[in-house]
Ligand binder design. Structure first.
Ligand SMILES: Nc1nc2c(c(=O)[nH]1)N[C@H]1C(S)=C(S)[C@@H](COP(=O)(O)O)O[C@H]1N2
Ligand SMILES: [Mo]
Length: 540
């Protein structure tokens, strides 16, 4: 048991120390985020509710916690093996190191020093494990340090051990305070000394881990972002008309702080605008590269656009509406001149993530933006600072590249973007959908007039009708709230004369092309959920 705990503490030290080293080598070079990133990119398509879903904030926490638990279990085994076979423990730590190094070194754009955090962490783990085992009163380890690094004779010393190992103990213990004592008393003080040692190791690991992560985040681009002065738009967005908002319904404009977030980045990329570049190349007549200053000098427009995630379930909240400031992507594309046949615009993020939009959609006159501002501020780091794409009418996974650094004109037959081999379709136009926000599912209301309300969206086609049905009654037309354009969602309301009892409410929307949203339920994969949102409400 104690040896197992010592293993867990040693692993904690490894992970914590690695975070400190990663302050210099980049946060993604630390083993936990590196391995987590490899897992994110390699979950097989078809692993239900995981591989086939796009990553939200909760998935990430679950992934990191899950990876940490697996590591703890593994480390317990590595520690527990030590008293019987130190060699086996070393092999276990070695395997941890190999996995961490390979993961870190194969991440997109990994630095040549990406291996360093894991190696330092693993080396410390060896020292900490030996030290704690000594404190636990374990018999001296059967292998001296010299042998561990591959020099000196491999002596199979007995479990009671002999002088040399003990003698070299303090050298690599790393802790001079609680050095192991030999002899009879070691077992007596072993227990208390061990608990103290364990506390020191775990405490040190936590301080190192969180301290390292904190230092990394201080190197973040927050101050560069604070310094950004957004240019004035050539065209400001039309002012919000009165009555865009229905009481009790989701805010028409989603605040940055609560705007949904979906991406594969375990740690959001920190992109310094002063070194940022956007390269537009591929099947074009005239490839160009623009800098941040050049981007800001381009004509900017301001538009409300509602972004939606293909993973959004019917009734779900992976959708938000913001005021974006950006330069029309069409003008940039006209400048580079796509060659005939270049039907896909591939967008690549600094972390290697890709998505692809139809060239025709980006050129058809809609307000597709290379955006730098969101609701009056520079893009938040989580939402793609310094620059991202926003395309009305396409799901985010095929159009909304955050931390964008490259645009490559290509073809759909030549290139599959990130989510395509993972089971999602190449084309992702947003489906016409609607949602009931008030009352909430399962709520109780008094009989009489109950205001039913929600949102409906069919970006770039617009919403022309929303209908509500109570139980099996005929569909009733809801009142559509004001809106600024067909590129945003639209709120709606319907005064319901509610009678006592349990009722089911359903909603359906009709878009600007006259199409009513399908009643046929479909899951999010491969190209977006469909079906009518329904809730049940208790009256009386
Ligand atoms: N670099 C990068 N951009 C990305 C993603 C990603 O994983 N990496 N996810 C996309 C998906 S699936 C969606 S729905 C939108 C979400 O944008 P938001 O997080 O700003 O709401 O970003 C898109 N852009
Ligand atoms: Mo998404």
């Amino acid at each position: 048991m104690r040896a197992g705990l010592a293993g867990v503490a040693a692993a904690a030290v490894a992970v914590g120390a690695a975070e400190v080293v990663a302050v210099a080598t980049g946060p993604l070079s630390a083993p936990l985020p590196a391995v987590g990133g490899v897992v994110v990119d390699n979950v097989p398509a078809g692993v239900k509710d995981f591989g086939i879903s796009l990553f939200g904030v909760h998935d990430k926490t679950a992934l990191i916690v899950g990876t940490a638990i697996l590591l703890a279990i593994y480390a317990f085994g590595v520690g527990a093996a030590a008293p019987r076979s130190w060699r086996l423990s070393l092999a276990g730590i070695g395997l941890f190191a190999v996995i961490g190094v390979v993961a870190a070194q194969t991440r997109h754009d990994a630095s040549v020093f990406a291996w360093l955090p894991t190696v330092v962490g693993a080396a410390l783990a060896v020292g900490v494990l030996r030290w704690l085992l000594g404190l636990a009163g374990a018999p001296p380890l059967t292998m001296p340090l010299r042998e561990l690094v591959g020099v000196g004779g491999a002596s199979r010393s007995s479990a009671t051990g002999s002088g040399p190992q003990r003698a070299d103990g303090p050298d690599h213990d790393g802790a001079s305070t609680a050095r192991p004592s030999t002899g009879q008393d070691s077992y007596d003080i072993g227990r208390r000394g061990f608990v103290r040692g364990l506390a020191i190791a775990v405490g040190g690991a936590l301080v190192a881990g969180f301290g390292g992560r904190w230092l990394s985040s201080r190197q973040a681009v927050t101050s560069a972002r604070d310094d950004v002065v957004l240019p004035a738009p050539r065209q400001t967005a039309p002012p919000l008309p009165a009555g865009v908002q229905v009481p009790g319904v989701t805010p028409y404009v989603s605040p940055n702080k609560t705007f949904y977030r979906i991406d594969t980045a375990l740690i959001p990329p920190q992109v310094d605008p002063s070194t940022w570049q956007l390269r537009i190349h591929g099947m074009v007549r005239n490839p160009i590269t623009i800098t941040w200053d050049q981007l800001l000098a381009r004509p900017m427009i301001e538009r409300y656009v509602t972004l939606a995630c293909v993973s959004n379930e019917v009734g779900g909240d992976l959708i938000g509406n913001a005021l974006w400031l950006g330069t029309p992507i069409r003008e940039l594309l006209e400048e580079v001149g796509p060659l005939p046949g270049a039907d896909q615009v591939v967008q690549r993020s600094v972390d290697g993530w890709t998505c692809g939009s139809p060239t025709s959609v980006l050129m058809d006159g809609r307000d597709a933006l290379l955006a730098v501002g969101m609701n009056g501020t520079p893009l938040p780091v989580n939402h793609g600072f310094p620059a991202r794409m926003v395309v009305p009418g396409l799901y985010g996974y095929v159009s909304a590249c955050k931390w964008i650094t490259e645009i490559e004109l290509s073809t759909f037959s030549a290139f599959d973007a990130y989510w395509v081999p993972r089971g999602w379709s190449q084309q992702g136009p947003i489906k016409t959908e609607s949602r009931i926000d008030t009352p909430r599912d399962g709520k109780t209301r008094a009989p009489g007039t109950v205001l039913v309300g929600g949102v409906a969206w069919a970006q770039h086609r617009g919403i022309t009708k929303v209908e509500v049905q109570v139980d099996d009654e005929p569909w009733a037309s809801a009142t559509l709230a004001a809106t600024v354009s067909s590129d945003t969602w639209r709120e709606w309301s319907w005064p319901w004369q509610a009678t006592a009892g349990e009722h089911r409410l359903r909603v359906r929307a009709t878009d600007g092309t006259g199409q009513t949203q399908t009643s046929t339920p479909a899951p999010p994969a491969p190209d977006g959920a469909s079906g009518w949102h329904s809730i049940s409400v208790q009256i009386g």
